[in-house]
Design a protein around this ligand. Sequence first.
Ligand SMILES: [Zn+2]
Length: 479
Amino acid sequence: MKYFITTSIPYINGEPHIGHTYELLAADVLARYARSRGKKVILSTGTDEHGGKNEEKAKELGKSVKEYADEMSQRWRELGPLVNMSNDRFIRTTDPGHEQRAALIWKTLSKFIYKGKYSGWYCTGCEAFVTESTAKANKGTCPIHNRPYEKIEEDNYFFKLSSFSKQISEAITSGTFRIIPTTRKNEVLGILKEGLEDISISRPKEKISWGIAVPDDPAQVMYVWFEALMNYITVLGYPEHPDFKEFWPADVQVIGKDISRFHALIWPGMLFGLGIALPELLYVHGFINIEGKKISKSLNNVIHPKEVIDKHGVDAFRYYILRHTPSYDDGDFTWEKFEAAYNGELANELGNAVSRTEAMIIRYQRGLIGDIPPSEHDSAGYHKYLADCRFDRALEEVWEQVRGLNQYIDEQKPWEIAKSKDEEHLRQVLAYMCSDLLQIAELLLPFLPETSAKIKDIFGTGIIKPTKGTLFPKTIQQK
Ligand SMILES: [Zn+2]
């Protein structure tokens, strides 16, 4: 069984921060989960590198655009390994392979492409065409970039998105193209009810030169968004490569809520135009705030994940982001909340369950565990939550089991049993604790891969292999 999962590819202009890690981690959990179930996985991520904004920025810095793109792409690329993301591919839209395949896709879509005149507004900051009503509502200035919209009147190519409205809506309502959460799905269906308009998909080269040339019209370059979406199939070698034939359609595409229109409307339109299947599932996540505020340079509240990971380890970081960001909503990072989760849930609950079990088996049985019974816990809820991308709930399920184990230890009081000299009973109780921990380790594998491996290492062989130190040392002073 194959499993293809993608993240969106971030636009390289801008600095990666903690908010960008949610998507990488969500996709990584699903990929690791699929691998653990024996599937053949491709997890793809990358960077989106064309467009006027990068051209502007490079000029400002006195660099060539290519030089600038190389530097920035590298900075984004480092984010994956930092959070222990297990991506198999990293695509850059400036890769020659992507550029050539993009031209091929354009040609294949040509029956749905026509030349016309675009007259309207554009924000280079957003690299987006802006409708008259939006421009009016914002009084002519982009609220995100605080710069006036440019009035443009130019020859563009258009894509007949309007002709796919019905097919897209049917795919969504019938569930062949799932969008979760439901709130996002309903937003998309709301837009579809109005019917889709054709979209402009190119810019004149004289205005934006940093882009992929439109085939047979060197005076035009592809609109960066239109071209970036193609990465999801160019990365597999569309149309002829065996990977494409084997792995498309994507099982899951993970994106942020700000770009759901591109992925739920334009992208499916393109796929219908190409005559290939839509992804099975689009998972739309929220944003991470810091102390309740949007992460922004101007608020000076940017936290790089490295700050957290250097102090407390990558699994603690992964844990906080995945458990304490609501999977269907926005989340909030504060050092206080992070430390509370670290001390309470990781050190006190999970860490203690592991160290108590380990210590007692060493003390009472010289490290010998003996036969470990299979775990009796029902993990159906956990699997259901993962199928629905409810990472927060799936981890909650695991933690219920962790708490249950601590409670079991408190109730059984193995130290009392040891005094009573009932060795067989003691051995059974301790073996049960091991069995529970091994199952917990299995369930944690997609989320906290290092911790999962450590737990399996300690208890997995029938003889305790003592850990050096504790899993989550209390490096944080409790206030
Ligand atoms: Zn803007």
